[in-house]
Ligand binder design. Structure first.
Ligand code: CP
Length: 323
């Protein structure tokens, strides 16, 4: 596919190339003058129907640093509020000779649907999935992988525990499609009520481990001590009719509390903590953990710009040196 809708759209060579090119783009990011001409004359529209701080701004910065013209449209400020359909909205934007639409939508599969409409109508605009419902968030997984590789070196043989509201997490689903391909072993930790139904057979088929016991995972009793704890946000906005466990019970059972941080630091002195953001401090992650020296949260945000530059480069630029 010419779009980036899922991590699965990237074959192994392209996945490696996107991560390696992100390294080149990170060098650009560190320069005093960051502008490079790579996407001069290209137009990228950020079309966000769901709120975002990191993804939208980093795609905009990435496009601008590569000299693309970038424009932001939010669902609230668009004519969808007057009843215009997603199909008409997407095709209207594409008709302005836009090269790429970076799209976030609350409906799982929305980016895939827009890409299908474009392909069916011969519309050349590329679609980048910036998060669709509970389905996927491919550029988040790419930036997570790049950040972890920067800190840990190769992910070959590394153990990553993904912890939290797995049911609602598109970040989890995309990471599950990238981390094992980069050599990591994955353990998924969630309360039974926030683990997707069918996870057991899914885990057997895809070779990852499930646990409901975060303390046992931190202690290394489930596949050895994790090299990284990837904490997920509790997505209360996707939980209609309340949820169980309660916030207090969640923190007690699955939060990276101060005590669990101490236990993890003792078990894995070089272990790192990730969180895609936005964080619910005090719910899934204590302030001590979010701000710990082992926390990569802001490294992930920074990596988001370099990785999205790399993604835009791969989708929109020709062959040759990226930076
Ligand atoms: N991690 C992430 O997607 O954050 P935003 O919702 O702020 O873009």
């Amino acid at each position: 596919t010419r779009h980036l809708l899922s991590v699965a759209d990237l074959d192994d060579a392209t996945l490696r190339s996107v991560l390696d090119t992100a390294g080149e783009m990170h060098e650009v990011q560190r320069r005093e003058v960051k502008k490079i001409p790579t996407l001069r004359g290209r137009t990228v529209i950020n079309l966000f129907f769901e709120d975002s701080t990191r993804t939208r701004s980093s795609f905009e910065i990435a496009g601008k640093w590569m000299s693309a013209d970038t424009i932001n449209i939010t669902g609230k400020g668009s004519s969808t509020s007057k009843g215009e359909s997603l199909r008409d909205t997407a095709r209207t934007i594409a008709a302005m000779s836009v090269d790429a639409i970076v799209m976030r939508h609350q409906a799982s599969g929305a980016a895939h649907q827009v890409a299908r409409w474009f392909d069916e109508t011969g519309t050349p605009t590329v679609v980048v999935n910036a998060g669709d419902g509970t389905h996927e968030h491919p550029t988040q997984a790419l930036l997570d992988a790049w950040t972890l590789e920067q800190r840990l070196g190769s992910l070959q043989g590394r153990h990553v525990a993904i912890v939290g509201d797995v049911t609602h997490s598109r970040v989890f689903r995309s990471n599950l499609l990238s981390l094992p391909r980069l050599g990591a072993r994955v353990t998924v930790v969630a309360p039974p009520t926030l683990m997707p139904s069918g996870a057991t057979s899914w885990a057997e088929a895809d070779g990852f481990t499930l646990s409901h016991d975060l303390d046992a995972v931190i202690a290394g009793e489930v596949g050895g001590t994790p090299d990284a704890l990837m904490m997920l946000r509790v997505q209360r906005e996707r939980m209609s009719g309340g949820y169980f466990p309660t916030p207090r019970e969640y923190t007690v059972g699955y939060g990276l509390t101060r005590d669990r941080l101490a236990a993890y630091t003792a078990a894995a002195p070089d272990g790192v903590i990730c969180h895609p953001g936005p964080m619910n401090r005090g719910l899934e992650i204590a302030a001590d953990a979010a701000d710990a020296a082992s926390s990569l949260v802001l490294d992930q945000v920074s990596a988001g710009v370099a990785v999205r530059m790399s993604v835009l480069y791969h989708l929109l630029a020709g062959e040759g040196s990226a930076a």
